[in-house]
Design a protein around this ligand. Structure first.
Ligand SMILES: Cc1ncc(COP(=O)(O)O)c(C=O)c1O
Length: 404
């Protein structure tokens, strides 16, 4: 199962590295690193302004990646793709831009399994606008019970639903298409944002099929560089809402009296974008497409299955999230009785095994689980069974050390 690891230079340069923290950020294949170097070495120029060859090449490349990204998530139009810094910025953009649409007495709905980036912006917007902030709970299976989901909330006064596709702690894959369909049948006017930061890198996502209004993800979790993220929005909605940032590049005409904003997507892309980041995103998509997103998902499923089976055999280890790998994505959070998650991560770190510990930017979820922290191992295409074996051996060592 080592076919993909060779594509990632970091594993050649650091052969002892066991990287199990891809939910935080992924490693980058050589094709992505080469594309960044090629841009800086051969056509580094700003976009949408220079009238010379390398500026035109950079501009054309950025627009090609916009089209490529649109195809990747099956957006209807390339203009529906807005380049931002990361998923967090994309969510904030929507929250700011929709500001006036949420009125006193309306409600904004989100869920207990959200990352803070899809929780805090909505909580704050609700506070500022005097709206209700409603949080959907999970059941004992770490999933939403669709039945309760419907009966507890009638969505009649809800203007916004912000919901994650995949939990970055539980790994739960939410039946997002079904949820959107049910919520829309209760309230056809509600706006729905899907946080796809943990799904787009790992599984096929089709925004037209989902029928979401907005969807966000980060390039750095799908093998592109840090600093590039994507906001997808339905074109007619993007045309209606206010820009988030004002300045150069987002205008058609400026006079002392007024400004006419550029059309979508440019009205949301003020200032010089992360050109190298956009190019890296194009290469990352190319890499995923050449592997096949379904193959990525199946491959990860095999690793996850293997990891879960082995982890379950460790005495005193609690796994959070659906117990069956079928219903989850490449994230496994756990605790070992009597050992703090930070201690687990620290001892593994000393062995070059990289996992994460803490609340993973989901404090409300950890409060709901009744634990202050969890340890989290997360997987991607470059991991293999040997990585899992090293994790298991490492955890046995952790237990040995703390039993004394
Ligand atoms: C589910 C989820 N949403 C949003 C984010 C935020 O991503 P970023 O830090 O790239 O903005 C993360 C990051 O871990 C995440 O896991």
């Amino acid at each position: 199962m080592q076919q993909y690891k060779k594509d990632f230079p970091i594993f050649q340069k650091n052969q002892k590295l066991v990287y199990l923290d891809s939910a935080a950020t992924s490693q980058k294949p050589k094709i992505v690193l080469d594309a960044i170097v090629e841009y800086y070495e051969t056509y580094n120029a700003n976009v949408r302004r220079g009238l010379y060859a390398i500026a035109e090449k950079a501009t054309v490349k950025v627009e090609e990646v916009r089209k490529q990204t649109a195809r990747f998530i099956n957006a209807k139009y390339p203009e529906e793709i807005i380049f931002v810094r990361n998923a967090t910025e994309a969510i904030n953009l929507v929250a700011y831009s929709l500001g006036n649409y949420i009125k006193k007495g309306d409600s904004i709905v989100t869920t207990i399994m959200e990352h803070h980036s899809n929780f805090v912006p909505w909580q704050q917007l609700a506070k500022i606008n005097g709206a209700k902030f409603e949080v959907i709970d999970i059941n004992d299976n770490f999933q939403f019970s669709i039945f309760n989901f419907q009966s507890n909330l009638n969505f009649q006064k809800s203007k916004m639903l912000a919901i994650t596709h995949v939990s970055n702690v539980l790994g739960t894959i939410n039946p997002i298409k079904e949820i959107i369909r049910k919520v829309r049948s209760k309230n056809p006017h509600i706006k729905i944002l899907v946080d796809a930061a943990q799904s787009v890198p790992h599984m096929s996502v089709d925004v037209q099929d989902l029928d979401c209004d907005f969807l966000v993800f980060s390039g750095h979790k799908m093998m592109a560089s840090t600093g590039i993220g994507v906001l997808y929005g339905k074109k007619e909605l993007l045309a209606q809402i206010q820009p988030f940032l004002y300045g150069g590049d987002m205008i058609k005409e400026v006079t002392i009296e007024r400004t006419i904003f550029a059309d979508v997507p440019y009205k949301f892309e003020a200032g010089t974008p992360d050109i190298a980041g956009i190019i890296s995103l194009g290469s990352a998509i190319e890499y995923i497409n050449s592997t096949g997103i379904n193959r990525v998902q199946n491959y990860e499923f095999r690793i996850m299955n293997y990891a879960m089976e082995r982890l379950k055999k460790i005495d005193g280890l609690t796994l959070y999230g659906p117990q069956n790998a079928q219903n989850r994505s490449g994230v496994i959070s756990f605790n070992i009785d009597g050992i703090h998650a930070h201690d687990v991560a620290q001892v593994l770190g000393d062995m070059n095994i990289c996992i994460r510990s803490g609340h993973h930017c989901t404090m409300p979820l950890h409060k709901r689980l009744g634990v202050p922290a969890t340890a989290r191992a997360s997987f991607y295409i470059y991991n293999d069974e040997e990585d899992v074996d090293k994790l298991i051996d490492g955890l046995k060592e952790v237990k040995k050390i703390f039993s004394h």
